[in-house]
Ligand binder design. Structure first.
Ligand SMILES: Nc1nc2c(c(=O)[nH]1)N[C@H]1C(S)=C(S)[C@@H](COP(=O)(O)OP(=O)(O)OC[C@H]3O[C@@H](n4cnc5c(N)ncnc54)[C@H](O)[C@@H]3O)O[C@H]1N2
Ligand code: MOO
Length: 403
């Protein structure tokens, strides 16, 4: 199955997460909103001065050089005041513009001395100059951030500006199951024939960095009975029941690859095997109504499948429409002379070229390697059946944009 079709099916199957949580805005950066935030107030709440200077009525500027006493002084935080025709007010940045005034002059553009101001003529000023109108940033009752949006620091600031101190976020619990008899924990001494688990730590950090911090992790041996028991335990314990399950390993064709069989008997297998490199044995299905992503065991396949297939699906379940960043077309600095049967995601670096940034490929693209993924700053996509020559443009996704 082509990658695009698999993604379409995953997104279509994504059901909104039921697990939501009401949290302090101070803890919300990086999280996905479960309901939109509505402005309680206009922002700014009142017309206010954008500069330090003088507030007046534009029509009072008919006589260039006219010198007037300043009747009022309004600073930020002062209550609203009123200005009569022919009067001017000393005003400071952020202060409410007095009713009756429609223009603010910057103090550098007029002469202020001894409580009086010498005014310029109309030709150097426009009515409304230097006033930030009420509601310019947000209007009362409007949604300032939509459901599904991921909260950036700026979004946190905007939500604070409309008077909200708490938000409701998506809070799915994600169970990560690593499988394989060959795996051992980092704290154990190296054993013959064994390798250290890197998928568990990598996947947990990918989830946390992309806004899903509620991760449970367990390692299981290559034993179908034990895998079934563990699933049953998680599914029947309300304290631990996940909203999503992601496994790594055991989805290929070998005799020790049991995950797919467990999925078929314990739940439902929707699809298996994609034209994606790395990640061919990617598996998707459902267990007890929960989405189940079976990622291959190779660590770089885990990275690519998570970023390109799993994360977009999690984001859609949060309510987000645009689940992948726009790729940037950039010229390759390398060639691939043999067309592939799978869409390939190359670990690349974006480096300065003669005319633009260009893509450099790591010389070793083995899906068992992670050092090339650490060297890389993103992924370049080579479509099925295509060759690449230096200068050909490829779609590039930076890790920073993807996460
Ligand atoms: N006869 C075939 N063999 C394989 C095929 C195939 O089409 N026919 N596909 C290959 C491809 S492509 C991939 S990808 C792998 C995926 O296999 P599995 O998903 O069943 O994964 P495992 O066999 O369990 O592991 C693959 C590889 O990754 C290592 N691994 C597993 N878990 C971890 C972990 N948590 N941390 C670090 N490394 C891990 C494991 O030791 C293996 O070396 O199948 C190919 N074979
Ligand atoms: O699909 Mo695999 O991850 O290329 O080795």
């Amino acid at each position: 199955m082509p990658v695009a079709e698999a993604l379409e099916r995953l997104l279509a199957a994504a059901k909104p997460f039921k697990a939501v949580q009401d949290i302090s805005l101070n803890d919300a950066r990086g999280q996905y909103l479960a309901s939109p935030v509505q402005a309680r107030v206009d922002v700014p709440a009142f017309d206010n001065a954008a500069v330090d200077g003088v507030a007046l009525r534009y029509d009072d500027l008919d006589e260039p050089g006219l010198t007037l006493p300043m009747h009022l002084r309004v600073a930020a935080g002062d209550p609203p005041a009123t200005l009569m025709p022919g009067q001017v007010a000393r005003i400071f940045t952020g202060a409410p513009v007095p009713s009756g005034a429609d223009t603010v002059l910057m103090q550098e553009d007029c002469e202020i001395a001894d409580g009086r101001v010498r005014l310029p003529g109309k030709d150097s000023v426009k009515a409304g100059d230097n006033i930030r109108p009420a509601g310019q940033d947000a209007r009362r009752n409007d949604a300032v951030i939509e459901r599904g949006e991921r909260l950036t620091p700026q979004a946190v600031g905007l939500i604070a500006s409309v008077g909200e101190s708490r938000v409701t976020i998506n809070a799915p619990r994600i169970l990560v199951l690593t499988t394989g008899d060959e795996l051992q924990k980092p704290e154990e001494a190296p054993q013959p024939g064994k390798i250290y688990d890197s998928n568990g730590p990598q996947l947990e950090q990918l989830l946390i960095q992309s806004g899903f911090p509620n991760v449970l992790r367990e390692h299981l041996p290559d034993a179908p009975e034990l895998i079934r028991n563990a699933l049953t335990r998680y599914l029947t314990d309300p304290q631990q029941r996940p909203d999503v399950i992601i496994s790594t390993g055991g989805v290929s064709v070998g005799e020790e690859d049991h995950l797919r069989a467990v999925l078929e008997t314990h739940g439902r297998l929707d699809f298996w095997r994609l034209a994606i490199k790395p990640g061919k044995p990617f598996t998707f299905g459902e267990v007890d109504g929960l989405p189940f992503f079976g990622l291959p065991g190779n660590p770089s396949a885990v990275l690519v499948c998570y970023l390109m297939l799993v994360l977009p699906t999690l984001r859609r379940a949060c309510g987000l429409e645009k689940v992948l960043p726009e790729p940037v077309p950039l010229p390759a600095k390398f060639s691939i002379s043999k067309p592939g049967k799978r869409q390939e995601y190359l670990r690349v670096r974006c480096v300065p070229g003669q005319q633009s940034l260009v893509l450099e490929k790591h010389p070793n693209q083995s899906s068992g390697m992670l050092s090339s993924a650490v060297w890389a700053d993103g992924l370049a996509v080579v479509p099925v059946n295509e060759t690449v020559f230096p200068g050909d443009e490829l779609d590039y996704f930076s890790f920073a944009d993807l996460l």
